[in-house]
Design a binder for this molecule. Structure first.
Ligand code: 5AD
Ligand code: SF4
Length: 425
């Protein structure tokens, strides 16, 4: 989502004459787009600001201005704190106000004082953003933002605000524009993307069905989903639409019912497993990935083992795993029985080792298989192109450059540490 937001900020600033710079040293403006999800991400902002301060001062001494902005969820959550700790920052803006960047830049340039805008404005920013420029053959399209789920560990409902769905007509128009610009694969984005809903009972399944009809759109993905919002129509879309890739990121967070309840996830282990069974029964080649948190308050060895067991049982082919990080203002941060750091470290290492094993096994199971690969860039070696399999694995193949931007049939021949090798099928 932050990658998408950064690209949109660049779009809004382009009419003012701003374009991307390679180094902060030569930039008239630097925007730090930040993440507040875990403490480590949030703390990085302050160390990065220290580094940028030096560059800003050096530029000022050479008579050149640098506008320094902090955007994203750290700005949303800690705006005042940023201005206090880093008074050399010119603009602080939340994720819902970046369509107002041009005004903020003008204000900062005029007044010289800091500008703070972390409102949740009534007008949706999407109504004010210019059309995204298609770049390459794969693009993100934001369809939904915010979250009403309030998992007890998570800051997203506070930083991104309430769930909001963009209208289907706007999404379909944007998809058509992207496809006309050469995009072949669209990844629908949202914090709760399958919570998306349109008028007259439209859900994400129906939206995906409509997007599959857009000329030029060959592949569709969506991320990130909540198990609770996985409805029949969306499951049917997996069964019936070849454009919808058979790879689903469906975070479960824990395999223990006790912990799932304490997390306020709104589903238990069994419900999740039954959902996975249904998905796999309609789409047998579906592979799943997930997010796991280890060391949530009160997580015992047995709870942790339940997560390990779930990972084996579902056979996740990829997972993102995190040590629980207490976030200010969230219910879990105030819970008793916080898990000691060394225990978290040990559990994280175990989860990651298991997942590495499962990812490797899955990659090897792909050898000999034919796959449709979207070739999207030149490879590292001459005459080689790089693309993505339906499962997001990087695939390289000897092929002519004019095939960039097309989906081709390849046979996987070999597994490398970070990619698969293929030949034309
Ligand atoms: N600590 C650790 N991980 C977290 N996540 C969200 N909040 C926290 C937290 N406080 C993880 C969840 C989520 C992913 C985006 O980040 O696993 O799915
Ligand atoms: Fe955070 Fe996702 Fe839970 Fe929403 S559903 S509170 S974004 S983890």
């Amino acid at each position: 989502m932050n990658v998408y937001d950064s690209a949109r900020m660049a779009d809004v600033l382009a009419p003012l004459g701003y374009g991307p710079a390679d180094h902060a040293e030569e930039a008239d403006m630097v925007i730090l787009n930040t993440c507040h999800i875990r403490e480590k991400a949030a703390e990085k902002v302050f160390s990065e600001l220290g580094r940028l301060r030096k560059i800003k001062t050096a530029r000022a001494e050479a008579g050149q201005r640098m506008i320094l902005a902090v955007a994203g969820c750290v700005a949303q959550a800690e705006g005042e704190e940023i201005l206090r700790r880093a008074p050399f920052v010119d603009i602080v803006l939340g994720p819902q106000t970046y369509h107002r960047l041009p005004e903020m830049v003008a204000q900062a340039a005029r007044a010289g004082g800091a500008v703070l805008d972390t409102e949740f404005p009534a007008e949706p920013k999407f109504d004010f953003l210019p059309e995204p420029l298609a770049q390459g053959s794969s693009a993100f399209l934001s369809v939904q933002e915010g979250c009403d789920k309030f998992c007890t560990f998570c800051v997203v409902p506070y930083t991104r605000g309430a769930e909001y769905s963009r209208p289907a007509t706007a999404i379909l128009a944007e998809a058509a524009k992207l496809a006309q610009g050469g995009v072949r694969e669209i990844t629908l984005l949202g914090q709760n993307v399958n919570g998306w809903h349109g008028d007259e009972g439209w859900g994400l399944g129906r939206l995906i069905r409509a997007l599959a009809e857009v000329p030029g759109v060959e592949r569709l993905r969506y991320t990130t989903s909540h198990p609770r919002d996985m409805d029949d129509e969306l499951i049917r879309a997996h069964a019936e639409l070849p454009q919808l890739m058979p790879f689903l990121h469906l975070p479960v967070q824990s395999g223990s019912d006790r912990i799932l309840a304490a997390m306020n996830r709104g589903h238990d282990r069994d419900t999740y497993l039954r959902l996975v069974d249904r998905l796999k029964s309609v789409c047998p080649d579906l592979a799943l990935s997930s997010d796991f948190i280890v060391g949530f308050p009160g997580e015992s060895d047995a709870d942790f083992e339940a997560s390990m067991d779930l990972i084996r049982q579902v056979g996740f082919v990829q997972t993102y795993s995190f040590k629980y990080s207490p976030r200010p203002g969230t219910p879990a941060a105030a819970m008793d029985q916080q898990v000691p750091e060394p225990v978290k470290d040990e559990r994280l290492a175990q989860v990651q080792a298991l997942l590495m094993e499962q990812t490797t096994r899955f990659n090897h199971s792909c050898v000999g298989r034919e796959m449709r690969v979207l070739l999207d860039r030149p490879g590292r070696h001459a005459g080689q192109l790089l693309g993505r399999s339906p499962y997001m694995q990087p695939v390289h193949v000897k092929a002519a450059a004019h095939l960039i931007g097309t989906v081709v049939n390849l046979r996987i021949t070999k597994v490398h540490p970070n990619s698969l090798e293929a030949i034309p099928a």
